[in-house]
Design a protein around this ligand. Structure first.
Ligand SMILES: CC(C)(COP(=O)(O)OP(=O)(O)OC[C@H]1O[C@@H](n2cnc3c(N)ncnc32)[C@H](O)[C@@H]1OP(=O)(O)O)[C@@H](O)C(=O)NCCC(=O)NCCS
Length: 209
């Protein structure tokens, strides 16, 4: 795993347990992406349908290779184990036809109160603000619901949309890291962080108008 997060400020054991327990009991993402919920084995086909699209798979280094219902079932199982430990969770949203419209892969370092979310939106819904809304929903879940102190992110150097989205959300780019794929191959990634206090300050400023 890349040497992330870069910021590692130890938190009290009581807070570590609170963060873990919040992740363990989380079912719905609750927020601006209605219906986003914990992904389960029966969602494997729908999620594979979302993730195997050419606009998504090559851009996300955590993707299994190949992407099909079997490999995504394993991917979901692994995330359900992370959730049981309280250090990760996989959310997904679906449309009325049962197609997956977005996913959120959340990694948690409770000992440092740091979270990282990866994600994607359905190809047909890209470039129209939906990804922006999903990014906002993910930040709000991490800070307002889970109550983490900090979010870290990685993007490929050429992922313009993701870079613009993270910049707009208020993330600060902090150099690069080397991301490691499940098959052990690596990719250089831009590294980003945002602290909850900075997010709250920016939001208060915006509200003050
Ligand atoms: C990254 C992703 C979530 C962004 O969501 P989206 O719905 O496509 O993008 P939005 O319409 O919300 O726009 C987000 C930003 O990208 C910009 N953008 C949109 N389409 C773009 C394009 N074709 N080229 C460059 N920038 C583009 C928007 O202008 C906006 O930037 P701004 O706020 O500075 O104007 C989505 O493109 C996606 O799922 N991509 C594939 C998976 C992926 O790359 N995930 C992130 C991995 S780090």
């Amino acid at each position: 795993m890349a040497d992330i997060p870069k910021s590692r400020l130890a938190v009290a054991e009581k807070e570590v347990e609170r963060l873990r327990n919040f992740v363990r009991q989380a079912e719905l993402m609750k927020g601006r992406i209605s219906g986003a919920r914990v992904a389960r084995r029966e969602d494997a086909e729908a999620l594979a349908g979302l993730l195997r699209h050419e606009s998504i798979d090559p851009r996300i280094y955590t993707m299994p290779n190949p992407i099909n219902a079997e490999t995504i079932k394993t991917f979901i199982d692994d995330h359900l184990m992370q959730r049981a430990r309280g250090d990760g969770i996989l959310f997904a949203s679906f449309n009325a036809d049962g197609e997956a419209t977005a996913y959120f892969d959340v990694e948690v370092w409770p000992q440092w109160s740091v979270v990282k979310f990866g994600g994607a939106v359905k190809a047909e819904r890209q470039g129209r603000g939906f990804g922006g809304a999903c990014g906002l929903a993910a930040v709000e879940w991490c800070f307002d619901q889970l109550g983490a102190e900090r979010i870290c992110e990685t993007t490929a150097r050429d992922n313009d949309r993701s870079i613009r989205l993270l910049s707009r959300l208020g993330f600060t780019q902090m150099g690069e890291v080397t991301s490691v794929r499940p098959d052990g191959t690596t990719r250089p990634s831009l590294y980003w962080e945002m602290a909850r206090e900075d997010w709250n300050a920016a939001r208060a400023l915006k509200r003050a108008g």
